[in-house]
Design a protein around this ligand. Structure first.
Ligand code: FES
Length: 168
């Protein structure tokens, strides 16, 4: 057996043993600890008008759960609907929790400026920061469309003031 062939063969064997050990010890014995978001109906697509936000709470009624849904009138990251332009975001600035309620700007499709330190977020690009003191995107509420009904089904990004979006 050539040196090259020996190395290739032994490498395959090692990988096989590692996979077997993982399956035999950890995965089978450890119960799954996966938290799942609630599925919540929040609006009807046919009721939405461009640039008119709709308020809702998600994923619960706890602190910092206030969020807004808006039909931007232009395609956006994570957008749903025929135009992929319906998105939703948590209302609280990721910097120090400034309340962004009512700060949606139709001309720039943004949230802000934050009343505390002026952070502004782009709602067409998953809430990425445009300017200001924050360094994390605005948490985006993940949406699903079933018929005419819009459901919130998750949150992408950590909600301000929480160590876990699903505090229970
Ligand atoms: S809390 Fe919003 S920029 Fe500081």
């Amino acid at each position: 057996m050539s040196r090259r062939k020996f190395l290739l063969t032994s490498g395959v064997s090692t990988a096989t043993v590692m996979v077997t050990m993982n399956m035999g010890t950890s995965l089978a014995d450890v119960p799954a600890m996966v938290a799942t978001y609630p599925r919540k109906k929040i609006a009807k697509l046919s009721d939405l008008k461009n640039d008119k936000p709709v308020d809702f709470e998600y994923p619960d009624k706890g602190a910092y759960a206030q969020s807004m849904l808006v039909k931007l009138g232009q395609e956006a990251g994570g957008g749903i609907g025929p135009q992929k332009d319906v998105v939703a975001f948590n209302n609280f600035c990721t910097h120090q929790g400034g309340d962004l309620t009512g700060t949606y700007k139709a001309d720039t499709k943004s949230m802000g400026a934050c009343p505390l330190h002026l952070s502004t977020y782009d709602l067409t690009r998953h809430g990425i920061l445009i300017s200001g003191q924050a360094y994390q995107s605005l948490p985006q509420v993940l949406l699903e469309l079933k018929g005419d009904d819009i459901y919130a089904v998750g949150v992408f990004g950590l909600i301000f003031g929480r160590y876990d979006n699903l505090q229970g």
